[in-house]
Ligand binder design. Structure first.
Ligand SMILES: [Zn+2]
Ligand SMILES: [Zn+2]
Length: 256
């Protein structure tokens, strides 16, 4: 179909334990929708100490199989669609070195940053938990900027995941600081379409009025956890309404 995404770099797999369906189903849906580039960016595994096992991401041991599976499908569907394999990752300094080594050794294509937790999911809290604590939004912005300076991340997923409910002036100041830093680094911001269809607190217009003035690049991301998410025309239209309302600098693909 025409009038839909040409590229999507935000796709999960069943390995994260909260996405459903096979990669093949996602790929065939994407082809039907006219998507020319599909990037798998499942939740990055973390080298937890003390034997902790996450219920929301694959293990470090599963990563080679994940990359291999997508590479094989990439060859099989090469004439219909370009596939990439990478991760959606929190920037967590204590895990970064090991995750980068894994990324390099497996020959992954890209990572996007999704800062769901500030330190680790073991210590929490989830970034999307409502808070009026200024230190939390400040830490979010500081961590995103520090992580982006490593040059490892192609864009920032759901930048408005942080759910600070305190003073508007604080929100505006901190998010402006983040947008300016990302503009400087030429890193796009994602309007998250799953947030729209699932009725989450993002995307929020409180945030999207900021990137217009700064001139950030903006990209749409499906954040697909189901095959239906791949075909979500309604959320696509709503995301475009935000782009038009705030006259955002929309790009339709990134260089990988
Ligand atoms: Zn995410
Ligand atoms: Zn995601």
């Amino acid at each position: 179909m025409t009038g839909f995404l040409k590229a999507n770099y935000h796709t999960h797999t069943y390995r994260c334990q909260h996405a459903y369906g096979s990669e093949r189903e996602y790929i065939e849906a994407a082809i039907r929708m006219g998507i020319a580039e599909l990037g798998f960016s499942d939740h990055v595994p973390c080298p937890f100490k003390d034997g902790y096992v996450s219920g929301i991401r694959m293990t470090m041991e599963q990563a080679p199989e994940y990359v291999y599976a997508i590479r094989e499908l990439g060859k099989e569907y090469a004439s219909d669609i370009k596939l990439y394999v990478g991760f959606e990752a929190e920037y967590i300094p204590e895990f970064f070195k090991e995750q980068k080594a894994m990324f390099d050794r497996l020959g992954c294509d890209y990572m996007i940053m999704g800062q769901h937790f500030m330190k680790s999911e073991q210590t929490g809290p989830y970034t999307g938990t409502p808070t009026d604590d200024e230190s939390r939004i400040r830490e979010y912005v500081d961590t995103v900027i520090e992580g982006m300076k490593t040059g490892m991340y192609s864009y920032l997923a759901h930048p408005d995941l942080i759910n600070y409910q305190g003073l508007d002036s604080v929100y505006e100041w901190e998010m402006t600081r983040m947008c300016k830093a990302l503009k400087e680094l030429d890193i796009p911001l994602e309007i998250n379409m799953l947030g729209i269809s699932a009725g989450k607190h993002y995307p929020t217009e409180r945030f999207w009025c900021i990137p217009h003035d700064i001139g950030n690049k903006v990209i749409l991301g499906l954040d697909a956890h189901t095959v239906d998410n791949i075909c979500d025309v309604e959320s696509y239209e709503k995301a475009l309404d935000i782009v038009r309302k705030y006259d955002l600098n929309l790009i339709d693909r990134i260089e990988i």
